[in-house]
Design a protein. Structure first.
Length: 278
């Protein structure tokens, strides 16, 4: 599943081609996504200019003249900028034409989203999809000890495992399955530890680790899925840098202890039993 780093890499990839551009046409090939694509979207978006492309959690927010186009990559979706003359591929669901360029949502499993938030409905931050999202890991709100404070406050009284706590995204967004395992290893915290038992120093280490791991993933191109491709069609490369994820029984890169794998919430977790004592 594309996570924050993959979505941010996508944003960075498409923005230079689209900013300042005008939508000349929208083609809905198959609008049966996670939520139906609004039927009037082609008419609404016609001739609107792109003013900015931002990200909130895993949502891409494209500011146009009259509102915001909300895009989500779902489970296996990608967004790519291609020449408009390139033929459509199987599983291309929606295309946004910008003259000679085409932004295409390719979504085999149809869990992605293409939605519209008109400015008449108020600030985009008030959209129901964004309201309950946690702090952005690179925002001033999560910087330094502020991030540790957020993790500490949100985890009080929680018996849920710290890995599940991070995955929920209500304290901080963007820490997907791979990045959870890697962040907890970096912070030296056992993934099954109850979130409510995190100490303040552990929260400091974890906040620092989240920022570090996500930044590395973005810098490396982002890759939480074998079939993820960035906006230029190149696969991400973060997987080659993992220290614990998908390394069951291989020696820890710090202490040489074999990496363990457990299942939490039907998802695989990897950790070092020596570096991450419970």
């Amino acid at each position: 599943m594309p996570e924050l780093p993959e979505v941010e890499v996508t944003r960075l990839g498409i923005a230079p081609h689209l900013l300042g551009g005008k939508i000349t046409a929208v083609k809905v090939i198959d609008g049966r996504l996670r939520w139906p694509v609004p039927r009037n979207l082609p008419k609404v978006l016609q001739d609107q200019k792109v003013h900015s492309i931002d990200r909130r959690g895993k949502y891409l927010l494209m500011e146009l003249d009259l509102g915001y186009l909300i895009l989500h990559l779902g489970m296996t979706g990608t967004l790519r900028v291609l020449p408009s003359s390139d033929p459509l591929k199987l599983h291309d669901r929606v295309t946004f034409e910008f003259g000679k360029l085409s932004l295409r949502l390719h979504d085999p499993r149809k869990f992605g989203a293409v939605l519209w938030h008109p400015k008449t409905k108020g600030p985009i931050e008030k959209n129901s999809l964004l309201l309950k999202l946690g702090a952005e890991p690179f925002s001033p709100e999560f910087a330094g000890e502020l991030g540790a404070h957020i993790l500490y406050q949100h985890s009080r009284g929680r018996s849920i495992a710290v890995k599940q706590f991070l995955l929920a995204g209500q304290a901080v967004v963007g820490v997907g399955n791979i990045y959870c395992s890697e962040s907890l290893f970096e912070a030296g915290i056992h993934p099954a530890k109850a979130a409510g038992k995190l100490t303040r120093p552990q929260c400091t280490r974890l906040a620092n680790a989240v920022r570090l791991i996500l930044k590395k993933a973005i810098d490396a191109g982002g890759s939480s899925l074998k079939d993820f491709v960035n906006s230029d069609g190149d696969p991400g490369h973060f997987m080659v840098q993992t220290k614990v994820y998908d390394r069951k029984d291989q020696p820890c890169k710090v202490c040489k202890t074999p990496i363990k794998q457990i299942v939490q919430g039907q998802r695989s977790t990897y950790f070092c039993p020596q570096c991450q004592k419970r």
